[in-house]
Design a protein around this ligand. Structure first.
Ligand SMILES: CC(C)(COP(=O)(O)OP(=O)(O)OC[C@H]1O[C@@H](n2cnc3c(N)ncnc32)[C@H](O)[C@@H]1OP(=O)(O)O)[C@@H](O)C(=O)NCCC(=O)NCCS
Length: 322
């Protein structure tokens, strides 16, 4: 498709070098890092065989890129696929010409996928997503807890909390299937998915388990001493409570944060009991059916309204930023 003087086409491997150049405006000056991140994120995703991206070409050269990460979900024994929208960048000389919108519209041709989800829209990208027809799924916030002296008195069954340096992913996946709520839309996390996520070029993952009854995964970012809960599966509240108590007591992180998506009733009770405080970000989780012109029915999957966060068992590990 053309957009004024520009061509908007699916990403092809031949675009790699020029895409890496444009991504400097999003991922910084380290070229090796940009190459490794593009490869990891868009070539090595276990749920697709090729990078799902759109590029904007000006006189045959890449001046804009949008990356989409495939993700698989299941509900009531049925599977469907979504694309996580992210990594939008347009060269400085080509901005405010509608290129991010034109590339976003082209993604509506990925018809193997049901929905586009965006976990990371902020003030610069929100106007574009609104224009592209994305709807709000949830106002994003996080529960946060800072270090505090009184925590030394905090009690818990710390001996049974284990830091899993080499987590047994088979066992982790068996917790997931044992504790699954089948009537909610849940991300498919299998061994390959975890192996891929652990190889993330930006975040580090730390796995904690309690008495073989559940696990919690934290992500940390370089130069940050904060830990984010990005995934968990537990048989009971006690397991969650003890892992979080252990974290508070041993302080592997400065602030401990939990995004509000994927916080079920039992986790929110634990967080309240441990003095985590909700904190607003003023950002949203956004969602849109994959289709150029969609109708109301396109939001419905397996009889569930996908615009109702109550129908999702969302996990922050699915975000392209975790
Ligand atoms: C954000 C970015 C991708 C926008 O690309 P673009 O091609 O210039 O955007 P478009 O011309 O398609 O404009 C889309 C809408 O976003 C708005 N917009 C564009 N840049 C904006 C900015 N910096 N702040 C706020 N709104 C902005 C436009 O006004 C337009 O809305 P409108 O039609 O209601 O006026 C581009 O500025 C960029 O590459 N920024 C650096 C990387 C980045 O921050 N990416 C987003 C995070 S993934």
């Amino acid at each position: 498709m053309t957009h004024g003087d520009y061509e908007i086409v699916p990403y092809h491997h031949d675009h790699m070098d020029q895409t890496v150049k444009v991504l400097k405006l999003l991922w910084g000056f380290d070229r090796e890092y940009r190459i490794s991140r593009l490869k990891w994120k868009h070539y090595e995703n276990p749920y697709s065989d090729f990078p799902h991206g759109i590029v904007a070409l000006y006189k045959g050269k890449v001046v804009g890129f949008r990356g989409y990460s495939p993700m698989r979900w299941e509900v009531n024994g049925k599977e469907f696929k979504t694309l996580t929208a992210g990594d939008t960048v347009v060269g400085t000389n080509h901005r405010m010409k509608g290129l991010s919108i034109a590339m976003g519209q082209a993604a509506n041709e990925f018809l193997d996928y049901k929905l586009l989800i965006n976990f990371t829209a902020g003030s610069t990208s929100m106007p574009g997503y609104t224009k592209l027809g994305f709807g709000k799924l949830l106002e994003k916030s996080y529960w946060i807890r800072g270090p505090s002296e009184g925590d030394k008195q905090l009690e818990g069954d710390f001996d049974n909390v284990k830091i899993l340096k080499n987590p047994d992913l088979k066992e982790i996946c068996s917790f997931i299937s044992r504790t699954k709520e089948s009537d909610k839309i849940s991300p498919i996390r299998n061994e390959k998915y975890f192996q891929w996520k652990i190889a993330n070029t930006k975040d580090n993952y730390k796995f904690f388990s309690y008495k073989n009854k559940g696990y919690v995964v934290f992500s940390t970012q370089p130069k940050s001493q904060n830990g984010y809960v990005v995934d968990y599966a537990v048989e009971d509240v006690e397991s969650l409570d003890n892992i979080l108590r252990y974290i508070i007591r041993k302080k592997p992180f400065n602030f401990t944060m939990v995004f509000n998506y994927g916080v079920c009733d039992k986790l929110s009770q634990v967080l309240k009991g441990l003095n985590f405080k909700p904190s607003n970000m003023n950002w949203h989780l956004l969602i849109r059916p994959v289709k150029r012109d969609f109708v109301k029915e396109d939001w419905i999957i397996e009889g569930l309204n996908t615009r109702d966060i109550g129908n999702w068992n969302m996990r922050a590990i699915c975000s392209d930023d975790a």
